[in-house]
Ligand binder design. Sequence first.
Ligand SMILES: Cc1ncc(COP(=O)(O)O)c(C=O)c1O
Length: 378
Amino acid sequence: MQIRLFKPCVGEEELANIREVFERAWLGLGPRVAQFEKEWSEYIGAKTSVAVNSATAALHLSLLAFGFQPGKKVLVPAISFVSTATAALYNQLEPVFVDIDPDTLSLSLEDVERKMTPDTVAVLPVHMGGHPVPMERLMEIGRQHRLAVIEDCAHCAGGIYKGKKLGTWGDIGCFSFEEKKCMTTGDGGMISSNRAELIEPLRAYRWLGIDKDTWRRSAGYTSPEAIDARHWYYEVGVLGYKYNMNDLMAAIGLAQLKKLDRMNARRRAIIQRYLEGIKDCRQIRPLFPYKLEDSAYWIFGVRCEKRDDLILHLKKKGIATSVHYLPIPMHPLFRKYSAETPVANRVWQTMLTVPLFPDLTDGEVDYVVEALREYDRR
Ligand SMILES: Cc1ncc(COP(=O)(O)O)c(C=O)c1O
């Protein structure tokens, strides 16, 4: 048997929406993007959202929204995908790496306090693998130190913490719809906030700084009522980026959004089956203290002291694995920002991600469980 690690759950609903976009023959930034932003905002309970081409772009623009002076410091967990830290560099800000909590693998709130300086302007909590950061406590710290709080929700689209959707606790929430994530638009991302004044200006920044969307302008190109010959006119007021989502992506996103709760529920059922299957193991433990009620976990992972041996064992059985993630300061680009992160430096060596996606069958889960148990019996 060959079992892959992640697999997008796409089919007829997405194809029907793509067909509709083809028939209208407007594939770029257009009405489907606006509709997706509206439906997404309603779904997560945010005032407004700006759709972009990735969470990387979302994180970059979210920090830009605050207009921080270059050289200021941004707290970033030592274990995350690099985009959480590159967002600081794109804005000429300095990433300060915070150690992780040994149980939840998210940033340690104690270390957040320790690493705080008068130059610290923002914190980027990552809900690692979908496991929520204790946001009520982080928001309190943020308030005390006047920090911007930007939630990196790349792993937890649809997740709820203490009755409130993740991504609506902080000033801004950033989501990833890259192909492996909880839901997908191929590649794609979303910036959501209840502070509309903060993120509305990002519409121009995602579209090269242009002050009007082309599809809105184009309505006047052939309209005889629009007697003004300047229907084509736009201005570039800020240095923007080509970060927009397009209607093809949004069409996929609209179909995926309808299925998101169902896909998250199936992931929860699979995790439950994994947890049950490995509960008696001595060498293999669950990666997170999984709390399944309202969650949107993207990763099922385990911890094992001899992690690389286990990877080889699973590989021989055709089971794909990965490691999420090498601590960011270990990448050459970030070495010069290394900080005291002893827990991250130790724990990442035991972390292993195993297959999780909605179409994974119970039989496949049992096959992975049996392989894990076989290793554990050694
Ligand atoms: C925690 C985290 N943040 C940001 C990103 C970037 O997402 P995207 O691929 O949509 O740019 C990822 C991607 O894996 C991620 O895992």
